[in-house]
Ligand binder design. Structure first.
Ligand code: NAD
Length: 418
């Protein structure tokens, strides 16, 4: 198939490269010229796509990267993987809209467009399709097909690979569904058809709301268990021995990334907009998760207090600045919020994270240092925010005068868990 993948980010690049590897002719389209230059030079900026793989598909001619809409002409299937951020609590679909106009102007009869960006139920039919029709002067279901297929990519996840994670597929009619399913069948080991785009859109949000709410639940439990004198980590592990009806989630300093802090609020916005009622679970979970960095700082302040150290002027080393374990992604990381709060209190804050890419160092608002024994011993307090595999945990236990361990990975007399 002649395939366009619009948006060459965390979602679009792995899809485009994999599609090229399995034999499609793929055009990776992005409006970011720097990204296109990097891709054309064979340099991947996405963790799960090695530059060697990118170079192989560039050299075979199966993949080209472009910022020129003229290169999109004649596609059989286009997948849209552009950002869907939230601005002041309101979904920003401007990227989807502008991409729809671009693809619409290049749409030819018989082609199919599939939206992958996470969004609220109704987007494909209410937003994408009218724009494609307007820009192309073609009619949905008659001249062209469309559908929604959410991405479940979990960057850095070694257990669930891109192609091994089942893929939901939907279409606006049977023909669209068949085309979309046939395309994804060449890429994913399992595709799961559902009855229409709204179900697929909702399914993706249910997945993220489920995680969001459950994480907030254990976060609140952690804050309550401490004064009750209960070790929440041991209690969660004990509960998780039940072989049915329980899913293990663990507390942490908050949620980050492009998905979890944002997607549930897409659904809450739609519910409020359309039904005029709040989505109470999501609002409550958001409130709890958002306040976890404050709780981390409160615990740290109390611990310093016990050592007769004021937080003002204290040297604090934050370990793990990315939002996810072993990942390079800094977006919406709660570590940044913890750093900000401590800086506001006058602490001398440094960060250490072996996964932060050199080009991203300025996005971390604290000086980045290596987690060496000297650096750890010199800190008044160390906070383990993310337990990356590359951290030497026994060395941290040995050298840190005090650690607030937000991941329950350390032990010893100087360690307290969240
Ligand atoms: N990152 C994840 O782990 C993940 C997982 C599942 C779903 N998603 C969803 O997938 C979508 C994309 O996320 P991402 O993480 O890949 O974002 P990203 O920011 O990494 O990449 C998006 C790319 O789209 C480009 N773009 C913006 N407007 C464009 C346009 N009009 N035409 C072409 N390209 C355009 C941007 O320049 C950027 O390179 C979002 O809706 C996100 O919620 C992300």
């Amino acid at each position: 198939m002649d395939v366009v993948v619009a948006g060459q980010g965390y979602v679009g690049l792995p899809l485009a490269v994999r599609a090229a590897e399995v034999g499609h002719r793929v055009v990776g389209y992005d409006v970011d010229l720097n990204r296109i230059k990097q891709l054309s030079a064979g340099e991947s900026y996405v963790q799960d796509v090695a530059s060697e793989r990118l170079r192989a598909v560039l050299e075979s001619g199966a993949y080209t990267a472009t910022a020129d809409p003229a290169d999109l002409d004649g596609f059989d299937l286009a997948a849209i993987t552009v950002p869907t951020p939230l601005r002041d609590g309101v979904p920003d679909l401007s990227y989807v809209e502008s991409c729809a106009r671009t693809l619409g102007s290049r749409l030819r009869p018989g082609a199919t467009v599939v939206l992958e960006s996470t969004t609220y139920p109704g987007t494909t039919e209410e937003i994408l399709l009218p724009l494609l029709e307007q820009a192309s002067d073609l009619k949905r279901g008659v001249d062209f097909g469309a559908g929604f297929s959410p991405e479940r990519i979990a960057p850095g996840n070694k257990r669930w690979s891109f192609e091994g994670t089942p893929k939901l597929v939907s279409g606006i009619d049977d023909k669209s569904l068949n085309t979309i399913k046939a395309f994804y069948d060449t890429i994913f080991q399992t595709t799961v058809p559902v009855s229409g785009p709204k179900v697929a859109e909702m399914a993706k949000l249910i997945e993220n709301v489920f995680r969001f709410v459950n994480i907030s639940l254990v976060n609140e439990l952690a804050m309550l268990a401490k004064p009750l004198g209960v070790d929440i980590w041991e209690a969660i592990d004990a509960a998780a021995t039940k072989p049915f009806g329980f899913t293990r989630f663990t507390p942490g300093p908050g949620v980050g990334g492009h998905c979890l802090p944002i997607d549930p609020l897409f659904l809450a916005w739609k519910v409020k907009q359309e039904l005029g009622v709040p989505f109470r679970f999501v609002e409550l979970a958001d409130d709890v998760n958002r306040h976890m960095p404050d709780y981390v700082v409160q615990r740290l302040t109390e611990a310093l207090d016990q050592r007769h150290l004021p937080v003002e002027g204290a040297r604090i080393l934050l370990l793990g600045m990315t939002y996810k374990i072993n990942a390079t992604d800094l977006r919406e990381s709660p570590s940044a919020r913890v750093a900000e709060l401590l800086i506001r209190l006058g602490a001398d804050v440094r960060g250490a994270d072996p996964n932060v890419q050199p080009g991203d160092a300025t996005r971390v608002n604290v000086p980045l240092v290596d987690a060496t024994p000297l650096e750890i011993a010199a800190a008044d307090a160390v906070v383990l925010l993310m337990d990356h595999a590359r951290f030497d945990l026994p060395m941290i236990e040995k050298n840190a005068p005090y650690v607030l361990d937000c991941r329950n990975r350390l032990s010893g007399p100087n360690v307290e868990t969240l």
